[in-house]
Design a protein around this ligand. Structure first.
Ligand SMILES: [Zn+2]
Ligand SMILES: [Zn+2]
Length: 132
């Protein structure tokens, strides 16, 4: 299950609600591949072909996009090589730009801080529930 996370800026009032983490169907390749943009899809298929189709996982990270100035959901695909090295492929923000990404657990436990994409203040982060 993934987490439903809301972020809010105490200074300018920016807010967003995101479904992040790992969904129930995220072990189905044909399902998760559709979460990614075309460029990422190609990279994922290449990595899977090269390193085998079994050892991979998908999660949604929190992205902060400096282009469209939003906090967004960013799908992340990780393929493990035979040597145990992760190949990490991130989807782009829907605006076509690359967002800076943060793992949800690191944000929830205060290891990474999210800054408001509009004014740069620390965002307040709250877990509101779970999703499948
Ligand atoms: Zn703000
Ligand atoms: Zn964007």
């Amino acid at each position: 299950m993934g987490q439903i996370v809301s972020v809010r800026c105490p200074k300018c009032g920016y807010s967003a609600t995101l479904n992040v983490g790992v969904g129930k169907k995220y072990n189905e390749f044909e399902y998760v591949i559709e979460l990614f943009d075309d460029e990422a899809k190609e990279k994922i298929r290449e990595a899977i072909n090269k390193h085998g189709s079994k050892n991979w996982n998908v999660r949604i990270d929190i992205g902060v996009c400096s282009k469209c100035k939003k906090v967004v959901e960013i799908p992340i695909f990780t393929v493990m090589t035979e040597a145990g090295e992760p190949i990490v492929i991130a989807s782009k923000c829907k605006c076509g730009s690359r967002a800076k990404t943060f793992e949800v657990d690191r944000v929830i436990y205060g290891k990474d801080e999210l800054l408001c994409p509009l004014c740069g203040e620390d965002l307040k982060v709250e877990v509101r529930g779970l999703w499948d």
